[in-house]
Design a binder for this molecule. Sequence first.
Ligand SMILES: Cc1cc2nc3c(=O)[nH]c(=O)nc-3n(C[C@H](O)[C@H](O)[C@H](O)COP(=O)(O)OP(=O)(O)OC[C@H]3O[C@@H](n4cnc5c(N)ncnc54)[C@H](O)[C@@H]3O)c2cc1C
Length: 529
Amino acid sequence: MLKFDVLIVGSGLAGMTLALHLAEKRKVGLITKRDLLEGNSTYAQGGIAAVLDNDDSVEDHIRDTLIAGAGLCDEEATRFIVEHSKEAIDWLIDLGVPFTRDDSHQTGYHLTREGGHSHRRIIHAADATGAAVISTLGQKIKAHPNIAELEDYIAIDLITAHKLGLPGNRAFGAYALDKNRDEVVTIAAQHTILASGGAGKVYLYTTNPDTATGDGIAMGWRAGCRVGNMEFIQFHPTCLYHPHAKSFLISEAVRGEGGILKLPDGTRFMPQHDPRGELAPRDVVARAIDFEMKKHGLDCVYLDISYKPASFIQEHFPNIYAHCLELGIDITQQPIPVVPAVHFTCGGIVTDLKGQTDVEGLYAVGEVACTGLHGANRLASNSLLECLVIGKAAAADILAGKPIKLPTIPDWDDSRVTDPDEEVVISHNWDELRRAMWDYVGIVRTSKRLERALHRIDLLKAEIDEYYSHFHVSNDLIELRNLVQAAELIVRSAMLRKESRGLHFSLDYPDPLPQTGDTILQPGAPAQA
Ligand SMILES: Cc1cc2nc3c(=O)[nH]c(=O)nc-3n(C[C@H](O)[C@H](O)[C@H](O)COP(=O)(O)OP(=O)(O)OC[C@H]3O[C@@H](n4cnc5c(N)ncnc54)[C@H](O)[C@@H]3O)c2cc1C
């Protein structure tokens, strides 16, 4: 058994922020299912939204967030996070994150603009902001004596009072598979944090890396946490369309710096869909592209920034330029083929502004959580900001808490399971689930499609549960069990929303309702919208 003051599940920006804020005073165990730097955070390109420019204001950033969130943002959460944005960026600068400089600007940094933002307020490190932030924080984590980083450990389930047959419901850590030794370890902790990211891999096409399988959402749900607003799945409008490009995003900043969306014959189409053109919020742009692709029977549309000077493109988008060139697309000369793909999970485990969940001692921070900031649609570059601000607040809450006596925790019992007879069940169900979600629970939904999806998910879930109860756990089985759980939560939430709002668009209910609220699912209770 391993024992820590605090167990953090996940080493993205949320997990790393928490670890660094806690480590001066607590022993931290940071487990991560691949290597330390792998996760959505590393792939973030555009940057982090923050009020840094003298001409910008907290009120404007809040207003932009609320407009994008289509009436469902929690105003208190939005204000709290935006008000702490400058402090969060200062912390990263102090840690040495190499943000792109612009000495002519009052801040000394270059601020870019993205869709839905009324000001230039995105601080970035060229077009690879996440990699710059995560590698800088990762070095601090590795050097810190109070942080044990355990790579290739995948959390399976939380250990809770409820599961131990004790009164109340408190988390005491988690069981995790040590993938190198193929052995399940018990990790006991006073406080447990889910920082395990979103669930993009529930869908066939996504910009997310393989780690985004909704593990924390499923674990939290199984432990008794409410889950909110899972129907709001953000599709990034512009993922590179190329047979050899796995999940490569063409950053929002390309449109922010003047990129124009075109049909194959060169016709610009965004102004017909929205007066803000290419700078309309992501859901509007993604739906417009989906509409044009379906209308004209296209495999992709094109994003053209080639009319700008080549030096400007190479300087602002060095990674996108280099990656596209490797695939034979010179973006200084020709338009980029793009399609929409699942990008961000707006909903998640319901938390307060300290990251506390419904289970005592259990926190959820980052994309796994639903604080209310994103409402029905996330404003670009607000998510890294949320990891930083809520991560710090959660750490402060944990540091203010009193130590508890941990109960006796039994070891993982695998005496009644055997080695799997065939793995094809996992690979088949994995593909079937992701295809069903893509086809039936995509950008445009109908009640019939949602019913079809739920029917298939029920069958898959029963089969996966049966497999799980008979065979030794593996990485793929753990992820598949979580994927199907996350898929069920998305579909059930979508079925409850009898309107179109933000990222949820239904042909059966095309208009927003005058009165609406969050979709909250409670384990073991009837759902309410
Ligand atoms: C291509 C791309 C570009 C983006 N660009 C931007 C941007 O410019 N600005 C912005 O604000 N946002 C952006 N986002 C969104 C943003 O990157 C994410 O919302 C944010 O990084 C989430 O951070 P996180 O720490 O919550 O999760 P992640 O960074 O995804 O980290 C999750 C961690 O949990 C681990 N994990 C998961 N399950 C388990 C388990 N069972 N056991 C152990 N470990 C586990 C993973 O391995 C990983 O280390 C982008 C996302 C993508 C995919």
